[in-house]
Design a protein around this ligand. Structure first.
Ligand code: 4PL
Length: 243
């Protein structure tokens, strides 16, 4: 997609799907702000894409406000926001204590609210914006041991639809992308990796999903050409859920 002249913030861009998105948006011409809790991986991605590294906890209101002001000061505009940052513990729902439930909501759902609210003034003033929120196909499948994550990602999709309604008149589109199980560093390092054989057996396309499978879908929704698409969810899961 053509993204020349656009400035994009990608949260969770230090690794995995977020990094693939940062690489794709950058190769399509956007200036990319690599926002990640991990300063070292943020710097590594930023060096690879020629962008700005910004270490940030998306669940922290002040830090997120700082991110938006830094982008405003450095680039003078914010055209694209991709909310990829998330945590995915694998725990039976009745083993998850309330503090852990709250932590998942705060990173995966509050984080999306905070970043959207922080960039909204810039997009509104410009009369242009593209917000892409990463949800998950687990909101369709009801995947076991992820009830907390399913709840938060369902919230992300609900918020996406509501925000699309609020922002359509401002020239801002708000959409969601729902990957399935994807071979990101985070997934490969944990218990989710054991699910590949089963999940691949359910897919129409029988191979592992890769971060590079997700990035072009995000790039499309982040482009000017996608201006008539809003409040939508594109499922990118190799046909696992066939939504
Ligand atoms: C099908 O988004 O979509 C495991 C872990 N299995 O995070 C996910 C599936 C996981 C998924 C996901």
């Amino acid at each position: 997609m053509r993204l020349g002249g656009r400035v994009a913030i990608v949260t969770g861009a230090g690794q995995g799907i977020g990094r693939a998105i940062a690489e794709k948006l950058s190769s399509d011409g956007a200036a990319v702000v690599v926002a990640d809790l991990n300063a070292a991986t943020a710097r590594a991605t930023a060096a690879a894409v020629g962008g700005l590294a910004y270490p940030v906890d998306v669940s922290d209101e002040e830090q997120v406000a700082g991110l938006a002001s830094a982008v405003r000061e450095t680039y003078g505009r914010i055209d694209i926001l991709v909310n990829d940052a998330a945590i995915v513990p694998f725990v039976p729902w009745d083993d998850l204590d309330f503090a852990e439930w709250r932590r998942i909501m705060s990173v995966n759902l509050d984080g999306v609210f905070l970043t959207c609210r922080a960039v909204y003034p810039d997009m509104k003033a410009a009369g242009y914006g593209r917000i892409v929120n990463i949800t998950s196909n687990v909101i369709l499948a009801g995947t076991p041991n992820l009830a907390h994550y399913v709840a938060a990602k369902g919230g992300v999709f609900g918020f996406t639809r509501a925000l699309a309604t609020e922002l359509g008149r401002c020239g801002i589109t708000v959409n969601a992308v729902a990957p399935g199980l994807t071979a990101s560093e985070g997934v490969l390092a944990g218990p989710h990796a054991d699910a590949f054989d089963f999940v691949v057996s359910l897919q129409a396309i029988p191979r592992r999903g890769e971060p590079a499978d997700i990035a072009p879908v995000v790039a499309f929704l982040a482009s000017e050409e996608a201006g008539w698409v809003t409040g939508a969810m594109i499922v990118a899961d190799g046909g696992h859920t066939r939504h």
